[in-house]
Design a protein around this ligand. Structure first.
Ligand code: SF4
Ligand code: SF4
Length: 420
């Protein structure tokens, strides 16, 4: 199982930037759980370098340390030597996948394949899930004890109420305001299936700001999960499909999930063969967009006497550097008691497919978040990433806690009023 150096596309010159200072270690959530050097960024870089130099074998222990990494990139954000840890991790996973050493469970692979479906199939999946819940099949499966499958039970816990798919592809700007132009909406895969509420809120807010909203039919999953799991071919195909789907439009491409936003913005880094730079420049996260707008004078926001905590998704904090955008966009709502969720510097454990492929670790990382929600005694939790929202909501459900977990755009849309 030894990998010869010459055959490895692992970028040793980038890993060489690591001076082994260890400053990243206390920021790593998996090190926090295990206190093991091999579960830290520095330890993982040493392991990857050892493999690339042919000094180590990709045995089960090696693979486990790599599998445990969340790709949260907290280490990258803190590194004084600019080690591009995310690139190292993805390159290593690519090597392992090419060598047939990927350990991703088949259920997670199936999920990734389904989420990467072409738009027409994704619409069928959406319809099917909607009927599955509406016609009582989901309840029946629960009554039958999920056929004894812990995996199926977990999937059900994560499944929110699924709405019927939205079919319009162009929404005109609201007629009560001056028209400002047009924007494109990127809906991704999980957002499209499980988070119609955020899409509706985004469309509503953008229209009331004076923008027509275009939703290209042929857009697909952003490919972040595939890239993170080393499936470069699938991730490049998805990137190419999205760049084609948004065509020659020079209007902003607004993404409603910060995990997707990060990956869409990083398309040029991963897709040499595509002209991805103009696309990437157009991409903007909805929370960033809404935190910088000026609301037309005819609107106001109704006051809200509630305690709101903000969960800051890792990639939005560590890579986009937009951890403050949810606070800024919600600052227009009077009386809102808004505070960060304690422990925002650590990943919640969702991490793309991690919540399914590494359930024990994902739950261990989620527990402090659930405890913080209890301790801070909040009414609503807001987060800008659908994966984190599903993971936290599933944890709350398990504890019997009825706290809403929504996108800040949803909250903003609920409070928007037209002045009398
Ligand atoms: S990755 Fe950066 S912060 Fe971590 S040990 Fe290496 S140089 Fe230091
Ligand atoms: S990406 Fe996150 S989990 Fe992985 S080594 Fe860096 S800080 Fe740790």
């Amino acid at each position: 199982m030894r990998l010869p150096v010459a055959d490895s596309p692992f970028p040793t010159q980038l890993a060489d930037r690591c001076v082994m200072c260890g400053l990243c270690i206390p920021h790593c959530p998996t090190y926090g759980l295990s206190q093991s050097e091999n579960e830290s960024p520095r330890g993982r870089i040493s392991l990857m370098m050892g493999l690339a130099r042919g000094q180590l074998e990709a045995d089960s222990e090696f693979l486990q340390h790599l599998d445990h990494c969340l790709g949260c990139r907290a280490c990258e954000g803190i590194c004084p030597s600019d080690v591009p840890y995310g690139t190292l991790l993805n390159s290593q996973r690519q090597v392992l996948k090419q060598q047939g050493l990927s350990t991703l469970p088949w259920g997670t692979r199936l999920l990734m394949t389904l989420l990467a479906s072409p738009p027409a199939r994704l619409k069928h999946i959406n319809n099917w899930l909607h009927r599955y819940q509406r016609w009582g099949a989901a309840k029946l499966v629960a009554l039958l004890g999920y056929f004894g499958s812990a995996h199926l039970k977990r999937l059900h816990r994560y499944l929110p109420p699924v709405s019927k798919p939205n079919t319009l592809s162009l929404y005109p700007a609201d007629t009560k305001v001056q028209v400002k132009g047009k924007v494109n909406l990127f809906r991704g895969c999980a957002s499209r299936l499980f988070d119609q509420e955020t899409s509706d809120a985004a469309i509503f807010l953008l229209r009331h700001l004076g923008y027509a909203v275009n939703i290209p039919d042929k857009q697909v999953c952003c490919g972040a999960m595939h890239r993170n799991e080393g499936d470069i071919e699938a991730s490049q195909q998805l990137a190419s499909a999205n760049i084609t789907a948004f065509g020659r439009s020079t209007d902003p491409i607004i993404s409603t999930a910060s995990g997707c936003t990060t990956h869409l913005k990083e398309y040029p880094q991963h897709n040499d063969a595509l002209d991805a730079e103009p696309f990437s420049q157009q991409v903007v996260d909805i929370s960033d967009f809404l935190s910088r707008v000026e609301w037309p004078k005819q609107y106001t926001f109704e006051a809200m006497d509630k305690k709101i905590a903000v969960h800051e998704p890792c990639l939005q904090r560590n890579v986009l550097k937009q951890g403050q955008s949810a606070y800024s966009m919600l600052s227009v709502i009077p009386n809102l008691n808004i505070q960060p969720l304690n422990g925002n510097q650590f990943c919640c454990g969702a991490a793309g497919t991690h919540m399914f492929s590494q359930p024990e670790q994902a739950d261990a990382l989620l527990n402090p978040k659930l405890e913080a929600i209890d301790k801070q005694d909040i009414d609503i939790l807001v987060t800008t990433n659908i994966g984190c929202a599903l993971h936290i909501q599933a944890g709350l459900k398990q504890r019997g806690r009825l706290i809403e977990v929504i996108h800040p755009a949803t909250l903003l849309a609920r409070q928007l009023r037209i002045k009398a």
